[in-house]
Ligand binder design. Structure first.
Ligand code: KIV
Ligand code: NA
Length: 264
């Protein structure tokens, strides 16, 4: 089976077919998502929280993301692997963006990169595209700017909608193959989805987008506690894993594991 390519995603939009995207950071999750036919996997800088235990994506570095990108590309044969450019690895200049993206592709094996920002990142998106690197945009709420934006909040409400639409146009004109819309009102996402020729990928952006993305641990309920409004849990891996660990611990303390059949 051949890998999904960016052209396939554009064709899916033309046919009106929706598609799912998930994050992945390690071998097992990546293999499973590849097997079930998730067409696009993102090695997100959300690894900051979901792998490394930081409290914000701002903290994760390119050197920390690279081994995860390599693990996911090694573990998949079908899915298109997109790697996030982390905070601090592309904002300074198109040259910086190119150097960082090249590492994600050469050392990590990524087939595309994602970066945050619309109008303000046009030069970076253009430079990468000109170098032959497929770029996924990311606009609306951009977590790497959380300190400037004042926390996790919906972007593009009321009169602010025009700025988000302008960002969407800029990303598309600069040559991006798709764009993530994070936490924007459903009506704004709908307008952008109709206007742009490239696929829109929603997270907290309503049902009108061409695609949807979720952090896999959120989708599968691995994380305990409150989840954002845009998350739907399709499993409760937190409880499955906790129950397994408790049962194992109980067996070991009781001396019932290992049993005869586990013993050489
Ligand atoms: O890093 C990430 O997980 C993301 C997606 C949720 C869009 O950027
Ligand atoms: Na991200």
């Amino acid at each position: 089976i051949k890998r999904v390519r960016v052209a396939h995603l554009r064709e899916a939009k033309e046919r009106g077919e929706r598609w799912p995207m998930l994050t992945a950071y390690d071998q097992y999750a990546a293999r499973i998502f590849d097997e079930v036919g998730i067409p696009v996997l993102l090695v997100g800088d959300s690894a900051a929280n979901n792998v490394y235990g930081y409290d914000t994506t701002v903290r994760v570095s390119l050197d920390e993301l690279l081994p995860l990108v390599a693990a996911v590309t090694r573990s998949t044969t079908r899915t298109l692997v997109v790697a996030d450019l982390p905070f601090g690895s592309y904002e300074a200049s198109p040259q910086q963006a190119l150097a960082s993206a090249v590492r994600l592709m050469k050392e990590g094996g990524a087939q595309a990169v994602k970066l945050e920002g619309g109008v303000r990142m046009k030069p970076q998106i253009e430079a990468l595209t000109h170098a032959g690197i497929p770029v996924m945009g990311h606009i609306g709420f951009t977590p790497q700017s959380e300190h400037l934006l004042g926390g996790y909040r919906v972007q593009g409400r009321g009169e602010a909608a025009d700025a988000v639409v302008a960002d969407a146009r800029a990303v598309c004109e600069a040559g991006a193959f798709a764009v993530v819309l994070e936490m924007v009102p459903g009506q704004v996402a709908k307008r952008i989805t109709h206007e742009l020729a490239i696929p829109t990928i929603g997270i907290g952006a309503g049902p009108e987008c061409d695609a949807q993305v979720m952090v896999w641990q959120d989708m599968a309920g691995l994380r305990a506690g409150r989840t954002p409004r845009f998350v739907k849990q399709y499993a409760n891996l937190h409880d499955v894993l906790a129950d397994a660990a408790r049962a194992y611990a109980a067996d070991v303390t009781a001396g019932t594991f290992p049993a005869e059949e586990h013993t050489f």
